[in-house]
Design a protein around this ligand. Sequence first.
Ligand SMILES: [Ca+2]
Ligand SMILES: [Ca+2]
Length: 105
Amino acid sequence: MKRTRLIACMTALLAIAASSAVAANSKNNKKPTGPPSAVYAKYDVDHNGKLNVEEGESVRKAYAKNPNDPLLKPFDKDHDGILSDAEIMAIPATTKAVASPKKPK
Ligand SMILES: [Ca+2]
Ligand SMILES: [Ca+2]
């Protein structure tokens, strides 16, 4: 009797562990948290943490107009004066993502 109880208890614990693991995973798939990066603060008009086609287009146009824009210039990785789709998509949504890992002292 005791043994089956223990197994039932273990199964319940495993189920809890599994479901919390799933919860952690779905958290990772959520939109990024943290303060928006400077680019997103300006161009993510609907604040959904993503640049849609229109928003990406306004980023591209702004950069085409002003290729020395200090906000966008760092993301023109190949320095051709044009922000490609890939370059726009590589712009981090939050400042958290930009933060470089601290070096251990
Ligand atoms: Ca958006
Ligand atoms: Ca480019």
